[in-house]
Design a protein around this ligand. Structure first.
Ligand SMILES: [Zn+2]
Length: 182
């Protein structure tokens, strides 16, 4: 950030009084521009026969890779509302019975990813501008080598690990930036 989004004056990056980390501060209007992690919210849709719905991404990042429906939470909505909205936008599935499944912090990316398991009321779904393919997968057919994001992978693994248990616990986890090779 170079300029204040409130008054247009140049900002400086410095630690405000009574704070413990640097912020973008405007000396003209006094605004402190806090930057905080963003929430990505999504679902793991389960069809009536137990198959899992995945979407092949038609957009960057990770174009062509498979993902669970998810996206940035909007102001004014709950995590559940955001997850269900993203699911409609990416697959046209109207999910039911959302159950919190995973909450994964990504401190290297300043994000938190939240996933809900949802029931699909029937077998209807569609491709969308965001998903070039939408497919129901049996657990043994999940394309593990083509999963778009690590948080999607750990959420799928966690769900399948507890598939036969009475109650699926919530995965509370952390994903770090992969180490660069070489
Ligand atoms: Zn300002």
């Amino acid at each position: 950030m170079n300029f204040c989004s409130h008054c247009g004056h140049r900002v400086r990056f410095d630690t405000p009084e009574f704070d413990n980390r640097p912020r973008f501060m405007c000396d003209q209007c006094g605004t402190v521009h806090y930057q905080n992690p963003r929430v990505i919210t999504g679902t793991l849709p389960v069809a009536p026969d137990g198959r899992i719905l995945l979407c092949r991404r038609a957009i960057e990042p990770r174009h062509g890779y498979w993902t669970l429906p998810a996206g940035f939470m909007e102001n004014g909505e709950t995590t559940v509302e955001g997850a269900l909205r993203e699911t409609v936008e990416e697959s046209r599935v109207m999910g039911k019975n959302p159950q919190l499944l995973s909450m994964v912090s990504l401190p290297d990316f300043d994000q938190v990813h939240v996933f809900y398991r949802i029931d699909m009321p029937d077998f209807s779904f569609e491709t969308t501008p965001e998903s070039s393919e939408v497919v129901l997968f049996h657990r043994e057919d999940i394309p593990w080598d083509e999963i778009a994001f690590l948080t999607v992978k750990v959420t799928l693994e966690h769900y399948l690990e507890h598939l036969d248990s009475e109650h699926v616990p919530v995965l509370n986890s952390v994903v770090h930036r992969p180490k660069q090779m070489g």
